[in-house]
Design a protein around this ligand. Structure first.
Ligand code: PLP
Length: 394
């Protein structure tokens, strides 16, 4: 079968590197190869590029350049924030507050700390995937050292009330980390407004390269390094700087800031048209998190009686890429922890797909998705062992 069209609706997994980002990076693989810690002119050129990028990332977050630590991506930033704050906090008994719907980078960091005897409260969210900030207040204890809560959820796109939680954290004098990997570059971020002490971001989610990210660390935050080595990144993250990657992250941050409001409005229009089209054409389809504020590009839809993996493969055969939140381990499909946390039964969670649009998504891409998806759902339902009486799509 020949694929006539390729449509990419998986920008929350990763984005293509912007041409301008690639061009900015290229010299740092070839002619500008100095180690940013070397004192000769080769090194100074790389250092200047790293510091320019630091300024650009700081501008994206409303932070000071000295508050930006470069890392290998969102996973490392989350680990550094969570382990770094907990290890930097005094006292024998320590407690962390987080949610049940965090990305595995934060969730598994908290679980690893729980195994070492740290108390962790995993707060529940409502049916739209939103946390009630009052729950954070109620969960506080004298020994609470960290609140770590994601900004935009990677599977359903819902946004958490960070400003409110930031006020609660400040009043209680508890460090507050937000995983903003899925909101950076999609909606405006301002560390002062949000009241956060630490923020994780990752370049490849906003048209930068993979394997590079940053952690914002508010001046005065007590943070122990997780890796041990040289004195790079103000003793917070040792290791020779990934200069091309950091330059790419910096350029991606500049472009995100420039294009953010235009991109967000255009992508939200396309996403809404996509959702309305699907809801009109597919009986029983439901948009998860639809009642909450969401990032503009993300749509998670349940198609009851359809195995999401089968639908994902059927769409891929027609050139359309999307994602299922479920993880496959030892041959068994485990339903997404996010979808079960918002109250979906295991069967519906296994019948849901994430569609995430991006800067280069067009009206024609949405038209194509709307042309193929309802038919594929109907076809899979007609052969589904779980089939109920669902009217076929004509
Ligand atoms: N946090 C969230 C919310 C994410 O969506 C991801 C990646 O999907 C990460 C953290 C991990 O980022 P990275 O891929 O840069 O390690």
């Amino acid at each position: 079968m020949t694929i006539t069209r390729r449509v990419y609706f998986d920008h929350n997994a990763t984005t293509p590197v912007d041409r301008e980002v690639l061009e900015a990076m290229l010299p740092y693989f070839s002619t500008e190869y100095g180690n940013a810690s070397s004192i000769h002119s080769f090194g100074q050129g790389s250092r200047a590029a790293v510091e320019r990028a630091r300024g650009a990332v700081a501008a994206l977050l409303g932070a000071k350049p000295s508050e930006i630590v470069f890392t290998s991506g969102g996973t490392e930033s989350d680990n550094l924030a969570i382990f770094g704050v907990v290890e930097g906090a005094p006292g024998a008994r320590k407690h962390i507050i987080t949610t049940q719907i965090e990305h595995s980078a934060a969730l598994n960091s908290c679980q690893a700390l729980a195994k070492r005897g740290i108390d962790v409260t995993f707060l529940a969210v409502n049916r739209d995937g939103v946390l009630d900030a009052a729950e954070v207040k109620r969960a506080l204890r004298p020994e609470t050292v960290l609140i770590t809560i994601m900004h935009a959820n990677n599977e359903i796109g819902t946004l958490q009330p960070l400003e409110e939680i930031g006020r609660i954290a400040a009043e209680a004098d508890v460090w507050f980390h937000a995983d903003a990997v899925q909101s950076a570059g999609k909606i405006p971020l301002d560390v002062e407004k949000l009241g956060v002490d630490l923020i994780s971001i990752s370049a490849h989610k906003f048209y930068g390269p993979k394997g590079v990210g940053a952690l914002y660390v508010r001046t005065g935050t007590k943070l122990e390094p997780v890796f041990h080595g040289g004195h790079h990144e103000r003793d917070r993250r040792p290791g020779t700087e990934n200069v091309p990657g950091i330059v790419g992250l910096g350029r991606a941050a500049e472009l995100a800031l420039e294009k953010l409001s235009e991109d967000a409005a255009r992508v939200a229009r396309l996403r809404d048209r996509f959702e309305q089209g699907i809801l009109a054409a597919v009986p029983d389809a439901r948009v998860n998190g639809a009642g909450a504020a969401r990032v503009p590009n993300t749509s998670n839809i349940s198609f009851p009686e359809v195995a999401s993996e089968s639908l994902l493969i059927a769409l891929d055969l027609k050139g359309m890429a999307c994602s299922s939140g479920s993880a496959c381990s030892s041959g068994a499909v485990t339903p997404s922890h996010v979808l079960t946390a918002i109250g979906l039964c295991a069967a519906d969670a296994r019948a849901s797909l994430r569609f995430s649009l991006g800067r280069h998504t067009t009206e024609a891409d949405v038209d194509y998705a709307l042309a193929i998806l309802p038919g594929e759902v109907a076809r899979l339902r007609s052969i589904s062992p779980e089939k109920k009486k669902v009217a076929p799509v004509s």
